[in-house]
Design a protein around this ligand. Structure first.
Ligand code: PGA
Length: 251
């Protein structure tokens, strides 16, 4: 039996205003009020963090950012730092999401710098990895996962690494309605976990939570979560509606 507490995270991407976020929280909280089996994290756009933190205060729900930079402050127009996320009440942060890699030039190197900064400030990082469709079709999935995981974790001291969460998100499954089969996801998770053992150590690899993301819905959540390698989910589209997200949390 795994000792890894499942983590279900909502990635709202660029959806919802502060008032829409408050409405979500008001509807969502009663649906998951007594649910302690899984850790629940809401990652709203930056401008909604204050509303979500206020709405979830006193509950067991955590709040996370969707991105951050590695510097603490400075002339970096449009950026947000780890101390700023912490000061707003965040405990988690998503790093290296494929949309950041695809549209905003994130690389394994920048993800690694962000990971170091998150750990330094005691934010729980959710580091995203995953192959493109062309990479899967040309047999490169394993190579991509090994590269993203090893470069992402480069230079991290094992004693600081306990909190790291990895999200396996095959890019071809994000927002497309195509989900990796539970077996495909489990296989990718095994590849990632082996690399974590090589990069850090076996004990940390055994304890590290690896989430699956990519078209997770109420209909497929329990099949995915029944795989012992899958320790939770990072949910985009289906996390925007309180009913649908609560059904995933309660899989
Ligand atoms: P999706 O997004 O659930 O809408 O596929 C997942 C993600 O991008 O984190």
């Amino acid at each position: 039996m795994s000792t890894r507490k499942p983590l279900i995270a909502a990635n709202w991407k660029m959806y919802k205003t502060p008032s829409q976020s408050s409405e979500f929280v008001t509807a969502f909280l009663p649906l998951v009020q007594h649910h302690t089996r899984d850790e629940i994290v809401l990652c709203p756009p930056f401008v909604d963090i204050a509303a979500v933190v206020a709405g979830t205060r006193g509950s067991h729900i955590h709040v996370g950012g969707q991105n951050m930079i590695w510097q603490e402050e400075g002339a970096f127009t449009g950026e947000i730092s780890a101390p700023m996320l912490l000061a707003c009440g965040c405990s988690h942060v998503i790093l290296g999401h494929s949309e950041r890699r695809q549209f905003f030039g994130e690389t394994d190197e920048t993800v690694n710098k962000k990971l170091h900064a998150a750990l330094k400030h005691k934010l729980t990082p959710i580091v995203c990895v995953g192959e493109l469709l062309a990479e899967r079709e040309s047999g490169k999935t394993e190579e991509v996962l090994l590269r993203q995981t090893s470069k992402g974790l480069a230079g991290v001291a094992p004693d600081l690494a306990q909190s790291i969460v990895i999200a396996y998100e095959p890019v071809w499954a994000i927002g497309t309605g195509k989900t990796a089969t539970p077996e495909m996801a489990a296989e990718a998770h095994r590849i990632i976990r082996e690399q974590v053992a090589r990069s850090l150590n076996r004990d940390i690899a055994d304890k590290m939570r690896i989430l699956y993301g990519g078209s997770v819905k109420p209909e497929n959540a329990s099949a995915l979560m029944s795989q012992k390698e899958i320790d939770g989910a990072l949910v985009g589209g289906a996390s925007l509606d309180p009913q649908s997200f609560s059904k995933i949390v309660l899989y």
